[in-house]
Design a binder for this molecule. Structure first.
Ligand code: GAL
Length: 359
């Protein structure tokens, strides 16, 4: 008897599953499809903690608040995995995709496939060169680089200085824009001399540490300031400076306002970071995704030129903020970083000195 019920249950489950599979293949014309579903592909977990710590939860919240189904996945640094996730999302009937590409070629291939199936795409944070995204949502990334340049100049003063650059991944259009912005500021300071500049493949901290150590050896330690394109790379530089007992003497920049970056700032080992309120970015992208689902024209504030695709992409470009020891508090007050995470152990006193209180 019990066996009978169990097999009946198994059958019912199988039937339900196959029904779901049918419903998910994009052929259904039911209410769900009309409501739309968003697929999000984040790039990796290694280049910056931002993707899993900031972007994922904020995007999740934004779609939930709008009552829109979302599927958020991470390509873990693999373009192949990126493609597989995209294929699965397209099969499951997503109506809009939000992607942060690992490189323009693989991201553009995904966008063309989506387009062929009538699925709209949004470039989230990184512009896909030669892509077909309907919108691009990001920060003003040249300005991000300019904040780094201004920040380094503020920490260095105008004294004669040798500067090195550790740029982001050469496959990330943002990295090009960050470097451009930093050069816009620093190249004008006649007392500064660029003595080395290297892109860091995949934004990997380990590679950054090796590259910086090579620069340090080649320059016989005569480096006075470092443009590091994000907090992960900045921390790699700080680790090599610590090894050489020079941490704190040499200003280093960063980006993303991560817990580690902010702690390096509180320690006096990192000059500044660039804070990009991810919530604003996630909310702006979610808003555009929703307008695409509703078949409405989304609100944009700018255009970004894609020099490969030779087109201007309707965009939302937000404003980055330079963060130094005296305004680390702002990141905590915004809720981007929790005081409890930042002010652990030895950082409790440093937080207090920076006016940050742990509840
Ligand atoms: C950039 C992004 C940065 C940083 C970096 C590494 O494209 O704008 O915020 O996280 O990638 O992931």
């Amino acid at each position: 008897m019990r066996k009978g019920i169990l097999s009946l249950m198994a059958l019912t489950t199988a039937a339900a599953l196959s029904l779901t599979a049918c419903g998910d293949d994009g052929n259904d014309s039911g209410g769900d499809a009309a409501k739309g579903k968003v697929g999000v592909i984040l790039p990796d977990t290694a280049s910056s903690p931002r993707w899993e710590n900031f972007d994922r939860p904020y995007l999740e919240q934004a779609f939930k608040a709008a009552g829109i189904d979302s599927d958020i996945q991470n390509a873990e640094g693999s373009a192949q995995r990126f493609q597989t996730i995209a294929d699965q999302m397209l099969t499951s009937g997503v109506t809009v995709m939000l992607i942060t590409g690992l490189d323009s070629n693989s991201a553009a291939a995904v966008q063309r496939k989506a387009q062929a199936q009538g699925v709209k795409t949004i470039d989230y944070d990184r512009l896909t060169l030669g892509g077909v995204a309907d919108y691009y949502v990001s920060f003003d990334n040249v300005k991000v680089g300019e904040e780094m340049g201004k920040g380094l100049q503020k920490c260095l003063g105008d004294k004669a200085s040798n500067i090195v650059y550790l740029n982001g991944s050469p496959t990330d259009n943002n990295a090009t824009l960050f470097a451009k912005g930093a050069h816009n500021i620093l190249d004008k300071v006649t007392n500064y001399k660029k003595v080395a500049e290297q892109p860091v493949p995949d934004w990997e901290a380990e590679k950054a540490a090796t590259l910086f150590e090579q620069m340090w050896t080649e320059q016989h330690g005569k480096i006075d300031g470092v443009v590091a394109a994000n907090d992960n790379l900045g921390n790699a530089v700080v680790s090599i400076l610590k090894k050489n007992k020079r941490a704190g003497d040499i200003p280093v920049t960063g980006q993303d306002a991560t817990v580690q970056g902010l702690q390096n700032i509180l320690d006096g080992n990192q000059c500044m970071t660039v804070y990009k309120p991810t919530k604003q970015e996630a909310d702006a992208a979610a808003k555009l995704a929703i307008s695409l689902i509703k078949g409405e024209k989304g609100e944009t504030t700018a255009t970004e030129n894609d020099p490969v695709g030779k087109r201007d992409v309707p965009s939302v470009l937000l404003n980055p903020i330079g963060v130094f020891k005296d305004n680390v508090k702002q990141v905590v007050d915004d809720g981007s970083v929790k005081a409890a995470d930042l002010c652990k152990g030895a950082y409790a006193a440093k937080c207090e000195a920076a006016g940050i209180t742990v509840q």
